[in-house]
Design a protein around this ligand. Structure first.
Ligand code: GUN
Length: 286
């Protein structure tokens, strides 16, 4: 039997509609900054999508383009303007950045209270300690899409394939939070994991964020497992995920498509993080 499709595009529209309704009742619109370094064509598409989605829900979006040659110090200076700007509720520095930029310095340079990406070490620490301020958008989108589709997380064995700072690591921390959206038993696997297929086959929920087109075939998936594909890879045949959708959908009970799965959920969660930051700042009189 073919798997249920977990339609992130449809659900992200609902989330954005709910976000819009909340924003209509605020005394001022939330404001989101996006700093873009260089001309990466994929980043350009993602940033346009974020900007459009923000504007549609009533978030004022300020895109700040920087040249690819900007130094780490120069970028920190631009970030400082966003940190100081009283109207900006949150901002992100779009990744990837050119290789000469020091990512740790950038992560440390965001005002933690405006860090809607949740990448500042303080916010990573709060999430790890179980009292998150900002849950990074992709992990949050994965969890909300599973919840919306009635997939139980609590008590389940989740295997995350990939240990990136953006997805794998914060997702593991989020799934370990106490409560219905966490309480999972989490394994983080990666390219060096021995017996990778066997480890993945233990999963009730398998999340794949490894950045290799169609890497996960049906051999990695236990009959009836839920499979979440975070990959977006450009191939000659068009966009595809890290999961071999055609074979895995015959084994899984539910699966996210690419495109139309986690990608749109990530954008919706960035908007929610921005709205929540605005609400917190308004309560503090900012
Ligand atoms: N590039 C791909 N995903 C992300 C994300 O979640 N945040 C930022 N800042 N850049 C990204």
């Amino acid at each position: 039997m073919s798997a249920q499709i977990l339609d992130g595009l449809a659900y992200s529209k609902q989330v954005r509609q709910q976000t819009l309704e909340v924003i209509k009742g605020l005394s001022r619109p939330p404001e989101l900054g996006i700093i873009v370094v260089g001309q990466d064509p994929r980043s350009a598409v993602y940033v346009r999508n974020k900007q459009r989605a923000a504007t549609e829900v009533g978030i004022q979006c300020h895109v700040c383009p920087c040249c690819a040659e900007i130094s780490t110090t120069g970028l920190i200076h631009v970030m400082g303007s966003n940190n100081k700007h009283p109207a900006i509720d949150g901002y992100i520095v779009q990744l990837p950045l050119p290789a000469h930029i020091d990512l740790d310095v950038v992560a440390n340079g965001v005002d933690p209270e405006k860090d809607v990406d949740g990448f500042h070490p303080l916010n990573q620490g709060l999430l790890l300690r179980g009292s998150p301020r900002f849950v990074p958008a992709t992990p949050r989108g994965i969890i909300e899409l599973l919840k919306h589709n009635g997939c139980t997380i609590s008590g389940k064995r989740v295997v995350i394939l990939g240990r990136s700072t953006i997805v794998g690591r914060p997702l593991a921390a989020a799934l370990l939070l106490n409560g219905a959206l966490g309480d999972a038993t989490v394994t983080v696997a990666h390219t060096k994991t021995e017996h990778l297929q066997e480890v993945c086959r233990e999963a009730d929920i398998l999340v794949v964020a490894i950045g290799r087109p169609r890497f996960v075939t049906s051999d990695f998936v236990r009959q009836g497992a839920v499979v979440v594909d975070v990959g977006i890879n450009k191939t000659n045949g068009g966009l595809c995920g890290d999961v071999d959708f055609a074979s895995v959908k015959e084994v899984a009970s539910a699966i996210t498509p690419v495109p139309g799965g986690i990608g749109p959920m990530t954008i919706a969660m960035l908007l929610k993080n921005t709205l929540e930051s605005c609400q917190r700042r308004t309560m503090r009189g900012k």
